[in-house]
Design a protein around this ligand. Structure first.
Ligand SMILES: Cc1cc2nc3c(=O)[nH]c(=O)nc-3n(C[C@H](O)[C@H](O)[C@H](O)COP(=O)(O)O)c2cc1C
Length: 135
């Protein structure tokens, strides 16, 4: 089974999540500036929300790499919203990419909110999540 991990981060929370699952899966976590060089069965795409939307670099990555994405698995952090899944669903549909029905979301620290998140429990939950997807 081939797996890739990509992330987009502005303040480090999503990178922390991506690196934890990378460690679990034995696959390097790379930023979305790194294109997929070959087709993968699963792309774990770690992203977040900024002023209510995913960064355009994340949307661009999905569009540009659509042909190499078997199933896109969404992992997100945010301070307020429940997840970026609904936004990713639209992006995946427009790109013709299959989006996994399962997703992972946790809080990410932002200003005075959610200090320490993703924390150890969030990381453990993310690792359990990716294990369940690739099992
Ligand atoms: C500029 C900025 C805008 C944000 N806007 C939102 C928002 O509209 N809704 C929300 O739930 N979280 C918002 N957040 C919180 C981030 O989604 C959260 O901190 C996330 O974990 C950031 O991930 P990162 O550290 O990988 O960039 C915002 C954070 C930043 C830095």
């Amino acid at each position: 089974m081939s797996i890739a991990i990509r992330y987009y981060t502005q303040t480090g929370n999503t990178k922390k999540l991506a690196e934890a699952i990378a460690n679990q899966l034995g696959v390097e976590a790379k930023p979305v500036t790194a294109p997929l060089e070959e087709k993968v069965d699963f792309l774990f795409l770690c992203n977040s929300v900024y002023w209510a939307g995913m960064d355009k670099a994340v949307k661009q990555f999905v569009g540009d790499n659509a042909a190499n994405i078997g199933t896109l698995v969404n992992l997100s952090t945010a301070a307020l919203i429940d997840s970026t899944y609904a936004q990713m669903k639209k992006v995946a549909r427009e790109a013709g990419v299959t989006l996994c029905e399962k997703e992972f979301h946790c809080r990410g620290k932002f200003a005075a909110l959610h200090a320490g998140h993703p924390d150890e429990a969030d990381i453990a939950a993310a690792v359990a999540f990716v294990r369940s997807v690739v099992a």
